[in-house]
Design a protein. Structure first.
Length: 298
């Protein structure tokens, strides 16, 4: 991705026939709740998932080793019996801010319904356009989302191709009995998330996502005030998004991910910016009013 550098990077890498995976992912399988069971199966699963995510190329984009997207998948096993798992999944991804040691969270989302079968030492396989196992389908879905969010943060609508691949998985899962894939089942499930991301009515959110990261955070290296001012103007779009789709999962997920960062950004802004941003965030997400009030108190 990485904006206009993409084509030149692609051509240069092509000359050397060099291809690098997109993700630098740490997959953790936490089975602390499971007692009196062979723990080796959980270790085997963790190893297999790390290889599945990190050794596969998920897109046609070219990444240098230092450009890989850092992410974490935490699978908490709640029940395990006869090779059947009932788990929850926490997905986190981040990217560095230009010319700084600071990393910003791109995505932080909890999926409560990751249920699957896994037989120790069985290869994990996934083929685009088909639904194999629920485990690999869910993991692939979130890999595409992570790459999509990273793409959107560097280029307007830069993640569309990856989001479309995630949508394809959702479409292929409609005939499955597993939870998390269907419309109206839950307003925060996988279907709702990708549906909102690709909704033309919410296109403004994705454009804002780019402006927030590329024109706001990345510009703070050169001029902190200019970067925060850009975010203060761009963030007004979130009110429009909320009116179009009240409590949209993409909006609530963004605010949950970015609350601390927003407080830090605007705590040192002008009084005018502090007041405007505080009022807007309080209007959109009153449940976090105490946190947002700290913007104007600092």
């Amino acid at each position: 991705m990485k904006g206009f550098l993409f084509l030149s990077i692609f051509m240069l890498n092509g000359l050397f026939n060099s291809f690098s995976q997109e993700l630098s992912c740490n997959v953790i399988v936490n089975a602390d709740q499971i007692k009196n069971s062979n723990k080796q199966v959980f270790t085997s699963l963790q190893t297999a998932l790390n290889e599945f995510v990190n050794n596969r190329r998920w897109s046609d984009f070219q990444y240098d080793t230092n450009e890989k997207i850092e992410c974490t998948f935490i699978i908490v096993v709640n029940e395990y019996k006869d090779n059947k798992f009932k788990t929850s999944l926490q997905v986190q991804a981040r990217r560095p801010i230009f010319n700084s040691a600071y990393y910003t969270s791109l995505f932080n989302f909890k999926d409560e319904n990751l249920n699957f079968e896994y037989l120790e030492m069985t290869p994990l396989e996934f083929t685009e356009g088909t639904f194999g196992s629920n485990l690999t389908a869910v993991i692939a879905y979130y890999c595409y989302l992570i790459i999509g969010f990273d793409g959107d943060s560097f280029e307007k609508m830069g993640g569309t191709s990856s989001f479309s691949k995630a949508e394809s998985i959702v479409n292929s899962a409609q005939s499955q009995s597993e939870k998390g894939w269907k419309a109206f089942e839950d307003n925060r499930n996988r279907y709702a998330l990708i549906n909102h991301l690709l909704d033309d009515n919410l296109k403004k959110f994705r454009e804002f996502f780019y402006e927030y990261h590329r024109l706001g955070l990345d510009e703070m290296y050169n001029d902190v005030s200019k970067g925060s001012a850009k975010i203060a103007v761009a963030i007004q779009v979130l009110r429009d998004v909320n009116r179009l789709r009240p409590s949209s999962v993409v909006l609530t997920s963004f605010l949950e991910t970015k609350t601390d960062e927003l407080v830090n950004i605007f705590s040192n802004a002008s009084e005018k910016e502090k007041t405007a941003v505080n009022e807007l965030l309080m209007d959109i997400n009153p449940s976090q009013s105490t946190r947002y009030e700290s913007i104007i108190k600092k």
